[in-house]
Design a protein around this ligand. Structure first.
Ligand code: ADP
Ligand code: MG
Ligand code: ZN
Length: 607
């Protein structure tokens, strides 16, 4: 097909390709816009959340357009995964990187020069090589796709100096359109991408950052193994990630879980390359259920069937939390994100932040900390808060899949307690932080209390009937209501705002809201997979076992064969003919040919 006819394709034809290649009957939000922008031939910047389906946005046009699409991707593991996935859908794709043998390389080069590749995945550093630049000049290229394009920005969290080599594209081939994809929401990073890639007046596709199939829960962390173990019992046999802060806690938790019979492995930067890779691979291939990891884990993992992400420690920032939870439920099937939160975790993080040498970095870390703490201790819909952080207004009153929206709110009046707290702050001239103020209220015998003579204040010990956690929570509540504030800087102190006088002098009522969570159980998340019937879980498990067997005999991860969502649909609709099988989302013509037969046999009840 010529470029001109591709640009003029009507939506019917594009939908037909969607169904033939990928087996989907409809686009996800914004995919169609991205696809048509590419077919029209201009530059494109697409910002879509993880799991939003970015690959399809360029893979589909790559099949329709004449020539080969170059796709830049940051990691070898990711490239292999993407190529496996494309090939499974019958797309002619290959990659060029240092992991190839000389023979395989020659094969890829031949296919490339023959013009028989729709997609060629390459590493960014290749663009700095003379012989690659020379090759680029000779090929028929449909477009240059920059996946994970935020890697080009120093303002992003995954900056890769190698990505800077990409600015060469424009010089070598000013004639080919550039399409950049990222899940990073900050405007600063977006500007950087456009500028560094030298994009010309690009079409911008900006998707909502809402992940409707994820549910969010924050539970009070009661510490200890028992809480984690009982939480994990809610996810029998499912794939999930547990994030922890330190390498030691990762090792300890992984060992504890293994000892208790869970299938779990650790992942952190302190392990040898070999072990890290082995553990990651075992997780990707469903050979182990749970990976316990530091933040080092996740970049370049496209595993689509992660069913839960647990933050066993406080994440570093809301951005981190969004990114890490975002690794759940890429396949669109429901998945749960649970954070275990305790105010007691804060001093540990503070200690770490205080040790940072760079003043600016320390200030940034502190501000991130206070935002994530306020997120975790708020009683506003998690989704609303999360999206609000990225400047998006979530329109619904009740999201229906977070602990706040599903829970019951318990409101207790605590005007008297608020007055005690405020007078402790005022009597000490607003010169102290939350920790010391709480110590005064509960009558703690600390050196600092004695040193300042605060044991002689009449509020000293006045609040000892309530635990420290209560007072901590009350401070957060008063801060959220703009009755008190914390100063900026390394050692924030509490000080009263105007409304404090209303509470102290005029007895303005203060209420504390506690959310009593009902756990967002199965089917709490919206837009999730079609409801499976009660008896189908067993069938799903058998389909899953078959998938694993098939995948390992073909040397690909199970989710490349079919996603969890596709298996759920099979278990619910029980197709027995190839035509019925084709109607299952995620089964296109190529997968029908390659993989469907054993599944049909199983569904027809044949051994
Ligand atoms: P991203 O790169 O944006 O994180 P991917 O391209 O890896 O997302 O896609 C995530 C998952 O969504 C994949 O399992 C993919 O098959 C699925 N997907 C993509 N588009 C659609 C669609 N239109 N309908 C259903 N599933 C889709
Ligand atoms: Mg992707
Ligand atoms: Zn909600």
């Amino acid at each position: 097909m010529s470029r001109e006819s591709a640009a003029a394709l009507d939506t019917g034809v594009i939908h037909a390709e969607l169904s033939r290649l990928f087996g989907f009957s409809s686009f996800r939000p914004n995919q169609m816009e991205a696809v048509t922008a590419i077919l029209r031939g201009g530059d494109l910047l697409a910002i879509m959340p993880t799991g939003g389906g970015k690959s399809l946005c360029y893979q589909l046009p790559a099949v329709l357009l004449p020539g080969t699409a170059l796709v830049v991707s940051p990691l070898i593991s990711l490239m292999k995964d993407q190529v496996d996935g494309a090939v499974a859908n019958g797309i002619r794709a290959a990659f060029l990187n240092s992991s190839l043998s000389a023979e395989d390389r020659a094969g890829v080069m031949r296919a490339l020069l023959d013009g028989s590749l729709d997609l060629l995945y390459v590493a960014p550093e290749r663009f700095a090589l003379d012989h690659f630049q020379e090759l680029l000049g000779r090929l028929q290229i449909s477009m240059a796709v920059i996946d994970e394009a935020h890697c080009i920005s120093e303002w992003g969290h995954d900056f890769r100096p190698d990505y800077l080599a990409l600015s060469a594209i424009r010089k070598i081939r000013p004639d080919i359109p550039v399409a950049a994809f990222t899940a990073t929401a900050t405007p600063r990073v977006q500007e950087d991408i456009v500028q560094r890639l030298g994009m010309n007046d690009p079409s911008i596709v900006l998707a909502s950052f809402d992940r409707p199939n994820l549910s969010y829960e924050i539970r009070e962390k009661t510490g200890g193994e028992r809480q984690l173990v009982s939480l994990l019992k809610e996810f029998p046999g499912q794939s999930g990630i547990i994030y922890r802060t330190s390498r030691k806690s990762v090792n300890d938790t992984a060992a504890m879980l293994s000892a208790k019979g869970f299938s779990a492995l650790p992942y952190h930067a302190g392990l040898s390359d070999g072990e890290r890779l082995r553990n990651q691979d075992a997780f990707i291939r469903d050979e182990v259920d749970i990976i316990v990891a530091t933040v080092a884990f996740g970049m370049g993992i496209d595993k689509s069937n992660v069913r839960f992400v647990i933050h066993a420690d406080l994440p570093r920032s809301i951005e981190n939390y969004y990114q890490e939870t975002g690794r759940a439920g890429r396949d669109g099937d429901e998945a749960r994100c649970v954070m275990l939160f305790s105010m007691g975790d804060i001093p540990k993080v503070r200690f770490f932040i205080d040790s940072m040498l760079d003043e600016e970095e320390r200030a940034r870390a502190l501000s991130s900390l206070s935002k994530i703490v306020s997120f975790a201790s708020s009683t506003v819909c998690r989704r609303k808060k999360l999206l609000g952080h990225f400047g998006e207004v979530y329109p619904e009153e009740n999201c229906g899949s977070c602990d706040v929206c599903l829970g019951t709110k318990e409101v207790t009046e605590c005007t008297t307690e608020a007055q005690m707290l405020l007078s402790a702050i005022i009597r000490t001239d607003s010169r102290f932080g939350a920790g010391h103020i709480v110590d005064i209220l509960v009558g703690a015998d600390t050196q600092k209390v004695r040193e300042f003579g605060h044991d002689r204040l009449n509020v000293y010990g006045l609040g000892k009937g309530k635990p420290k956690t209560f007072w901590r929570r009350l401070i957060d509540e008063l801060a959220a209501r703009r009755i008190v504030a914390r100063s900026e800087g390394l050692y924030p102190v509490l000080y009263p705002l105007e409304r404090a006088m209303e509470v102290l002098k005029n007895g303005e009522k203060v209420e504390m809201v506690r959310v009593e969570a009902k756990r967002p159980g199965k089917h709490a998340a919206r837009n999730a997979a079609s409801d499976t019937l009660p008896g189908d879980q067993d069938l799903f498990e058998r389909l899953r076992a078959l998938r694993k067997e098939l995948a390992s005999s073909q040397g690909v991860p199970p989710y490349i064969v079919f996603t969890d969502r596709t298996l759920h649909e099979m278990a619910a609709r029980k197709p027995t003919t190839p035509a019925e099988m084709l109607a299952i989302p995620g089964v296109g013509e190529s997968k029908l040919r390659k993989y469907a037969q054993p599944f049909l046999d199983l569904l027809r009840g044949r051994p």
